[in-house]
Structures are given as structure tokens and as C-alpha cells.
Design a protein around this ligand. Sequence first.
Ligand code: SAH
Length: 208
Amino acid sequence: MKNMNWIERQLYARGITSPKILEAFRKVPREFFLPENLKNFADDDTPLPIGYGQTTSQPFIIALMISYLDLTGNEKVLEIGTGSGYQTAILSYLAREVYSIEVVPDLAEKARQKIEKLGIKNVYIFVGDGTKGLPEYAPYDAILVSAYAPHVPPPLIEQLSPSGGRLIIPLGNKTLQHLFLFKKNGEKIEKIKLDPCVFVPLKGEYGS
Ligand code: SAH
């Protein structure tokens, strides 16, 4: 019930009305993905530190990014920046398969263990530079990037499905970033500017 309250207050009341997305948030306990000393803050709609100078994103922003991807449940999704694995776990309930890349090996390993403990079977976590994507399993129906870059990394556009693939990414600099949605149909790439946001920098070859 406690879990349901913050979801209604922070997500539903702010416009996240998709029953599937709300249900996915109810299924995943955020405190399980937080460090021991921060578990009491799980209901706060703020980013929280997860070590290595990284943060787990604000739940509202996670919900917003996921809602822009318009997932039907049948998609192969690529996530860049596994972090704590919290968003990965939520995506697992909204997509067919989730491939997730994290550059910090220890974060990737912790996230992998937690996701396994929750009994989630459709998530595959990799260590590496996510700005290069994961060409082995491409194309992806949806790609979600959890850290900001100055420009969209070209490999991610390449690895997006040409039949309606969607990519959501924060673009900008340290002081000003916006979420951008890219839609790919055949050769055509549509770029849509959305909400202002604050993320940690995307590292790697095509990062910040
Ligand atoms: N959605 C995550 C938040 C991740 S914060 C959560 O809810 O926990 C962003 C993450 O991206 C960090 O863990 C950081 O280490 C990772 N990251 C940064 N640059 C990366 C890159 N080039 N490839 C893969 N992961 C990267």
C-alpha cells in the first residue's frame, strides 16, 4: 500500500496514466536497488547515489522516458547505463527482452544479481561502452539512454529498427539538457525535443 501511494502521488498525479507502466512500478521495489543507508529514501522522487559518482534516476523521469517509448510488451529494448538496475527491472515487465549495458563492472554485477533475485528472466546485462550500442543483438525496437550526451551516438541510430524504432536520450551539456525522442522509419529519422532534465554524463567514445 505504501508503495502504491508514492506511485499514485508522484507518477499518476503527474500524468503517467498508463496502467501497464504503473503496474510495472508496483512490481519493482525501489528500496531493493538502493544502498543500505538510503533505503529509507526509496519513496522520494529524487535521484539517489548508487556509488561510483552515479545516481539512480528520479522515478518520474524514468516513467516519463518509458512512456515516450510507447512499449506494447513485444519489443526488444536496449538500455544504456544499467546503474542500479532499477529501471532495467521495470523495463523487463514492459518489453519482451531487455539488453542493458553498463560501463562500471561492479554496478553491472550488482544489478545482475538483484535482477536474478527478483526472478526476472528476460534481462541481459553487459559491461562496456554503451555509446557503441550492442551490434550483436541489433536491431532494437526501442533504445533508452540514462545519461546525457552532446549529440546522439551514431551507432545507436544505426542499431535502431527501421520499422518504427524509438530512441529516447537526454542531450545537452552539464547545465542544460532536454529529452529527445528519435523515430526511425526506413531511411527517415524524426527528432522530437521534449522535457528539460538533469542526468549524469554519458562516458565513452560518443559521450559527453
Ligand atoms: N537508470 C539507472 C541510472 C543510471 S545513471 C538507474 O535507475 O539506476 C547512469 C549510468 O550510466 C551510470 O551507472 C553510469 O556508470 C552509466 N554509464 C555512463 N556512461 C556509460 C557508457 N558509455 N556505457 C554504459 N554505461 C554508461
